[in-house]
Design a protein around this ligand. Structure first.
Ligand code: ATP
Length: 574
């Protein structure tokens, strides 16, 4: 109920449309109630009392009420559809905005396909509340009330008989609702898992081909899909008992009315026309009841989906701005300090135990250390993708938790190990660094990043479509485009998480040139996985087992014969 009330809150901005839907639904119902009354006149007055002059009027009345009913119905559908599309649009935008606000941990702990399923499939199911739910419940509810009034007005004894099955129907509905809601929760969860599996398989299609794992993938997908089939059938089977069962009870009520009504006609307490009119209204009475059952069924599915959507909307980001913090007036100069920083992803596995690093504004340092030492993690912490669990990080003496996130991230340029390029053109990808930049600025950034030369040779130059994740570019090209993107952003601090994959020497030279351009006059932290790229840094910081173990220039560290020299020897086998 709480979920339903929350869903209905989305209608608030569209009160007029809701009122319009109510109005036209009411009118549709009112016009629907006219024909049985006209049929009674036809039987009792035109046929039995032989008043032929009424026949034309009855026909006009019938045609008119049908016409008006359908006109109102058309208006109701129109209004309802606009309403529903508006609400679904609002929901999409709201869930997407909520996702943009969430922290990296949210995304790293859930499969992308599962999140996508919440944004698209669950909101789509939620929409059913507005499409069928609202429309049908209004229509059915009004019809039910209208017909009940007419039935009691016609013959209260018959009406009471007709209402006999209602308590059974209510109890049946309550039991069904409780059970089927649980089933639909499972169904939505299963659908999201299937989506996640599909997304994962498509992303890994090259691995599947390379390892010839198509049958394995088909089996995985088949099993998950079969589970979804079984979950869905549970709800369907329940419906297959419930729906005909409820109809049977309704029909028995109808039979009871016929039995008693015929006796009343025979006893001359009721005319034949009145009995026909009563049974016509009675038939109309059970239509909305069955409609309400169907809506309730659909509603349970929609509400299970809504819970999943609200789950996203209600998630509080782990990393967020403190209320009331103000952005500094000027941009940072870029003096970075890690002060006794501790960090863990899981409390039982500390990654950074006590890291203190100071980088002067404009200085270039390289972070090196064995694989898994926590180098890339430091980069995530400086960007506040995660918050430190102990100690603090400052820039220009300011704790980064006291600076608005948007301001902080504006000050840092990040070139990731595997740079992500969006499915668009080269231009769009570079523009991501500064959406207001013109062609001249884009080309200048691309030239400095040593990317211009290959971009102009692409079939459509800067307008070439580079595919999902930039698959149509080589690794080295992707990295240069991502450097151009950061150059356009022009931040005072640059973090370069060096690619671990091996790149040919020529490309490596180009990337190094691009990197030199990028780091000119900026504080630079290079996460060096291969030690060949760190010749031009001012200082090397060595991290091992979650602590800084050595610091100094290449020459100093080599002569010291510690962790760095061991790593260097291992890589170059000197
Ligand atoms: P490499 O040189 O191999 O890239 P690294 O020094 O950059 O290694 P990090 O990527 O910082 O290492 O990872 C440090 C540790 O944190 C690793 O043991 C890794 O398994 C763990 N780790 C990294 N990301 C996560 C995450 N999102 N959740 C849990 N553990 C993580």
């Amino acid at each position: 109920m709480k979920t339903l009330l929350r869903v209905l809150q989305y209608l608030r901005p569209y009160r007029l449309m809701v009122l319009g839907t109510f109005l036209f639904a009411g009118l549709t119902t009112a016009f629907e109630l006219v024909p049985p009354w006209l049929i009674k006149i036809l039987i009792d007055d035109v046929i039995q009392a032989n008043r032929v002059e009424l026949l034309t009027w009855v026909f006009v009345g019938l045609a008119g009420s049908y016409l008006l009913r359908n006109l109102c119905s058309s208006m109701r559908i129109r209004l309802n559809n606009s309403l529903e599309q508006q609400v679904v649009h609002d929901l999409h935008v709201q869930v997407f905005a909520a996702l943009q606000r969430l922290s990296i941990s949210f995304f790293e702990n859930r499969p992308t396909g599962e999140i996508m399923s919440r944004v698209l499939n669950d909101t789509e199911h939620m929409q059913r509340i507005f499409v069928d739910g609202l429309e049908e419940i209004i229509t059915a509810g009004l019809t039910l009330i209208g017909i009940m009034v007419v039935l009691f007005w016609l013959n209260w004894k018959l009406a009471l008989l007709a209402l006999l099955p209602i308590p059974i129907l209510i109890i049946g509905a309550a039991l069904f609702t409780k059970r089927v809601h649980g089933y639909y929760r499972e169904i939505r969860k299963g659908a999201a898992e299937l989506n996640a599996l599909l997304q994962d398989s498509l992303a890994g299609i090259r691995e599947t081909m390379g390892f010839n794992r198509q049958p394995y993938e088909q089996d995985r997908f088949g099993r998950k899909s079969d589970q979804c089939r079984k979950d869905t059938l549970k709800a369907m089977y329940l419906w297959s008992f419930y729906s005909p069962g409820m109809m049977l009870i309704g029909s028995l009520g109808g039979a009871l009315v016929l039995w008693f009504g015929t006796a009343e006609v025979l006893a001359k307490h009721l005319s034949v026309g009145e009995l026909v009119m009563f049974t016509s209204y009675l038939a109309l009475f059970y239509v909305p009841i069955n409609q309400i059952h169907s809506v309730n069924h659909m509603l349970q599915h929609a509400l299970a989906a809504s819970e999943r959507v609200f789950d996203v909307l209600d998630t509080v980001p782990d990393v967020r701005d403190e209320p009331g913090i103000q952005a500094p007036v000027a941009r940072f100069t870029g003096a970075v300090a890690f002060d006794h920083v501790q960090f863990h992803y899981r409390s039982d596995a500390p990654i950074l135990k006590d890291v203190s690093i100071t980088v002067r504004a404009g200085e270039r340092v390289a972070l090196v250390g064995p694989s898994g030492a926590g180098k890339s993690t430091t980069l995530k912490l400086l960007n506040r993708f995660y918050d430190v669990t102990g100690g603090s990080i400052t820039i220009d003496g300011m704790d980064i938790r006291r600076v608005p996130l948007a301001f902080l991230r504006n000050q840092i340029g990040l070139v990731q190990q595997e740079p992500f390029l969006f499915n668009g053109t080269v231009r769009e990808n570079i523009l991501y660094g500064d959406l207001s930049a013109g062609q001249e600025a884009i080309e200048a950034a691309a030239k400095a990043a040593r990317a211009h030369e290959f971009i102009v040779k692409l079939p459509e130059g800067y307008d070439t479509w580079i595919g999902e994740r930039g698959v149509k570019l080589s690794v080295g090209q992707r990295q240069r485009v991502s450097i151009a993107r950061v150059l356009l952003k022009d931040p005072p601090i640059v973090m370069f998480d060096e690619a671990t994959s091996n790149i040919d020497t020529e490309t490596e030279v180009k990337i190094r040139e691009a990197l030199n351009e990028l780091t000119k006059g900026r504080t630079t932290i290079i996460i060096a996985h291969r030690l060949s790229t760190i010749n031009e840094v001012d200082r090397i910081i060595v991290v091992e087992h979650g602590r800084v173990v050595e610091e100094g220039t290449h020459e100093v560290l080599i002569t010291r014969g510690g962790v760095y020299s061991r790593l260097y020897e291992a890589q170059f086998q000197v």
